[in-house]
Each structure stands twice: as structure tokens, then as C-alpha cells.
Write a protein that binds this ligand. Sequence first.
Ligand SMILES: N[C@@H](CCC(=O)N[C@@H](CS)C(=O)NCC(=O)O)C(=O)O
Length: 261
Amino acid sequence: MTDLILYHALFSTCSQKVRFALAAKGLAYQSQIVDLTRNEHLQDDYLAINPNGVVPTLVDHGAPIVDSSVICEYIDDAYPSVLLTPTNAIGRAAMRTWMRYFEEVTTPAIRAPSYNALFARGINARGEAINRAARERMPLRRRFYEKLEPEGFAASLIEESVERLEASLVRVDKALSDGRPYILGPDLSIADITLLPSVVRMADIGMASMWRSRPTIGQWLARMSANPAFAATYSPGSRPGDNILTAVDPASRPHTAFQSV
Ligand SMILES: N[C@@H](CCC(=O)N[C@@H](CS)C(=O)NCC(=O)O)C(=O)O
């Protein structure tokens, strides 16, 4: 029996990042699904281990660790038999520079398009009374959800998101254009794992055309999806098409392994 417990949601990109890191390192864990549609992440018992009221949370020997990037670095530190972090200081700095960039620019940018394609309809269908009560319990995301309109997030927010996603792709394309297989060079690192769920989500909501003119991104995605950790991360129920709650256009759902384009 493992001492690692992961509180996560199948559809959550931040949870997907941690599941990929755990799988790439060959670490077993007990899976505790937190049902975001039932606001389980906002209940007192969950807030006691994650005061931010978001998933994922990893509990190791009873100690909760929050934030997907912190969790990825923690497991690499605590369980170093397979390393996802460069062993030299300059490499670690480079990895963290990429991680901060993705956290600042890319990960928040996928949120609004993702909600509009997949979640907005279901959230709005719950009704304002339930949604207001949920927002009032949210330590981090109240203002974000306040911007959710009956038709989803506003076009201006989507435009800003697309601009940020585009900037992310340009930057990654530039790094990969010397032929390196991964963002830092020859080895898979937490930088790749931080980016992956956003790019997979882009593909799943019909945004793959954004890298049609950048084959490096498609090749990187194909490489990442060929890693056995990918299938472990995206178990059934983790992607649109797996779940009847989704409202995405079926035509925009590349669902199995990615082709390099
Ligand atoms: N910085 C946090 C962000 C976690 C986060 O935003 N999780 C989302 C799912 S990907 C969540 O729990 N959202 C809850 C909500 O929207 O109410 C991390 O990387 O762990």
C-alpha cells in the first residue's frame, strides 16, 4: 500500500499534470476523486487540506502538499529514482523559468476557452442560487466565476486567452526549433509536463489549428502522447467525449493518440 494519496479530478488540467509526473516517475498512489460538479472541493474537509479550494492535493504520509507545480517538484525531490528535474543548477533554473511562464501565461489562458467549450453550460444549468453559494465559498476563483455570463465568458476574454496561448506556442516553438525533443533538451522535465495539459485541452476544444504552421509543437505532442505516462494520465473520463456532461462539438475532438502534423 502506498503512502501517497492524490486528491484530483479527471478533467482538471492541473490534476493531469500531477498524474503525468507521478506516472512518469512510476509512483503508485491512492486516487481520491474530488467531484468539482458537486463542489466537493469547497467542503470544509477538503479546505482543511487545501485552503485554496482547488485540485490537486497530494498527501504524503499524512502531509498535504498543494499546487500542481509544487507537487511535481516535491515528488521529484522526495522520490528521486526517476528524475524529471535537471541535476545542475542552471538546468533547474531554466526549468523553473519555463514553469513560471506557463503558470503565468498559458495555464490561466486555457481556462476561459475551456469553460466555454466544456463547462459553462453545465455550470449555468445549476442555477444562480447554487452558483452564488459556491462562489461565496471559493478562496481563489470567486472573481473569475463572477465573469461567467449565460453564454459563457465574454469574447474579449477569449481573445486575450488566444493571444496568450499563441505567445506560448511561439515561445515553445522557438525552443524546439533546434531539433531538441523536449523543452529543455534531450530529457523530459517538469517543464514539458506543465505545458502538456494545456496543449491537450487546446486540441480537445478545436484549437489545434494554432500549431498547424509549427510542426515542432505537433511533434512534441506526439512524443508526449507516446509516453506510457500519457495513457495513465488520461484514463477514461479525463477528456471530452469520455463524459456525457460535455458540450463540445464532436468534430473538434481528436481523442486518441496525436499525430505529428
Ligand atoms: N495553481 C493551482 C491551480 C489549481 C486549479 O486551478 N485547479 C482547478 C482545476 S484545474 C480547480 O480546482 N478549480 C476549481 C474551481 O474552478 O472551482 C495548481 O496548479 O494546483
